[in-house]
Design a binder for this molecule. Structure first.
Ligand code: FAD
Length: 417
């Protein structure tokens, strides 16, 4: 990873940069509709094309993926510059589909493990808004045990033939490429027989099935691979060493999910992230005997909201200076999941019936939908239970969880069917 990302910057230079970003955003990016930021039946195709267009605008202005190296289309700037863009862009529509996973998870993985040819081919295309990526990691047999992947890639001359299935891939049907983990060697223990591939999504043998969500959208997909032929040049890292690549991908994913990545662009702001004043006003409308309980609930939300960026900055700095090991990213991932749950639960409970039953066009229903989806924050990007495992084993030094399959050749691991 390039050192410039974490370099110290003169505060005067940053102040000037903030002014430039404010002026440019005001003139070039559409403002967020504050009265109606929640669209329950948003059209996902429209969202995808709009994200591509907004990413292109950022690129043309010189504000896309600013922590990426100049030679691949970034600006070789620092995380402090990116944070300024994140703060200023809160009031504007941003191409968040490009932020995660394309630029912040797949991107740094390719920067670290990709060949020069892969970097030159793919990175500028993300930054210009031409190509959207997705991760094909989770499988129907389970996402937490990523090293237990059953999707197979069998060598055939200069290519691999892929068969199997992946699931919970965000926006796969509207993406162009995927990073995919598949098993290339069944005769070694599970972590040693995996390979990471770049897979073009609209490709012979790949079937994509959208999964209908509780809010009517189809954000997730399941994919089926039937004799999909992928050239060996699409391997990222070394054949059978995909776990090293996947481990770094997971590191970048935890950082992105915990708002600690230099490669995210803009921040997600659901309804429950809206102003504290709204929450307090809603609480005041509730009965007098509920006020004490609601005050405590709001207090917890405020405390977590203030702690989250401080924790994230401390962990980022600790990892960068070598005081904390890379698994410390799990601290911010865990905290983010818990804080998000707390926010969405409070926003729903404080609004009471209006978040439960609402008339068409009444935006308070958004709090109800966010409440139903609230566990996403504790599952996507690796579950909070897995984050707790990592913290206990790899930061606190507690004994490792027992795993009967860890040292067995994968083809000898007993499994159903
Ligand atoms: C918003 C969102 C976006 C996502 N996007 C993608 C994507 O783009 N690509 C992709 O590949 N996947 C994606 N996922 C899937 C996600 O990575 C998986 O859901 C997650 O890793 C958990 O896997 P699972 O759902 O199969 O649950 P399982 O792994 O089956 O786990 C079930 C439960 O058991 C717990 N558990 C499992 N093992 C342990 C253990 N050893 N110790 C303690 N508890 C354990 C888990 O924490 C969980 O509560 C996304 C998920 C969400 C919610």
């Amino acid at each position: 990873m390039d050192d410039f990302v974490y370099a110290e910057v003169d505060p005067a230079e940053l102040a000037e940069y903030r002014e430039q970003v404010q002026t440019w955003m005001g003139e070039n990016m559409p403002r967020r509709d504050r009265d109606n930021p929640w669209h329950p039946t948003r059209d996902d195709d429209e969202q995808s094309s709009r994200n591509r267009e907004l990413q292109r605008r950022l690129f043309d202005g010189g504000y896309a993926a600013v922590c990426y190296p100049l030679k691949y289309g970034g600006q070789s700037l620092t995380i402090a510059h990116q944070r300024i863009i994140d703060e200023v862009s809160m009031g504007f529509d941003m191409p968040l589909l490009f932020s995660v996973p394309t630029l912040s998870i797949c991107g740094p993985t390719i920067l670290e493990y990709g060949t020069e040819q892969q970097k030159q081919r793919y990175i500028p295309a993300w930054i210009r808004g031409d190509e959207l990526w997705v991760q094909f990691m989770s499988e129907p047999s389970g996402g937490s045990d990523m090293a237990g992947a059953l999707t197979r890639a069998d060598r055939d001359g200069d290519a691999f033939v892929i068969n199997g299935s992946k699931i919970w891939s965000t926006f796969a049907q509207r993406s162009d490429y995927a990073l995919m983990l598949a098993r290339t060697n069944w005769e070694v223990p599970k972590h040693r027989g995996l390979t990471m591939f770049i897979v073009p999504i609209r490709h012979q043998g790949i079937e994509i099935h959208p999964i209908k969500m509780v809010d009517g959208t189809d954000e997730f997909c399941q994919e089926y691979f039937n004799d999909v032929i992928i050239p060996a040049g699409n391997v990222v890292g070394e054949v059978d060493d995909g776990w090293s690549v996947a481990s770094r991908l997971l590191f970048h994913e935890r950082a992105a999910v915990g708002n600690a990545s230099p490669y995210t662009q803009g921040r997600h702001r659901g309804r429950s992230a809206s102003g504290l004043a709204d929450l307090v006003a809603a609480a005041r409308r509730r009965s007098a005997d509920e006020q004490g309980r609601l005050r405590q609930q709001i207090g917890r939300v405020v405390a977590m909201r203030q702690l989250e960026p401080l924790l994230s900055a401390r962990v980022v700095r600790g990892i960068e200076e070598g005081r904390l090991a890379a698994p410390a990213g799990s601290l911010v991932r865990l905290f983010h999941g818990l804080a998000q749950m707390e926010r969405q639960t409070a926003a729903f409970e404080i609004r009471g019936d209006s978040a439960l039953v609402w008339k068409p066009g009444d935006t308070s229903g958004g709090y109800g939908v966010e409440y139903v989806q609230r566990q996403q924050a504790c599952i996507g990007g690796g579950t909070t239970e897995m984050a707790r495992n990592i913290i206990s084993e790899r930061i606190l030094g507690m004994p490792r969880e027992s795993a009967a399959d860890r040292d067995l050749p994968f083809n000898q691991v007993p499994r159903r069917g």
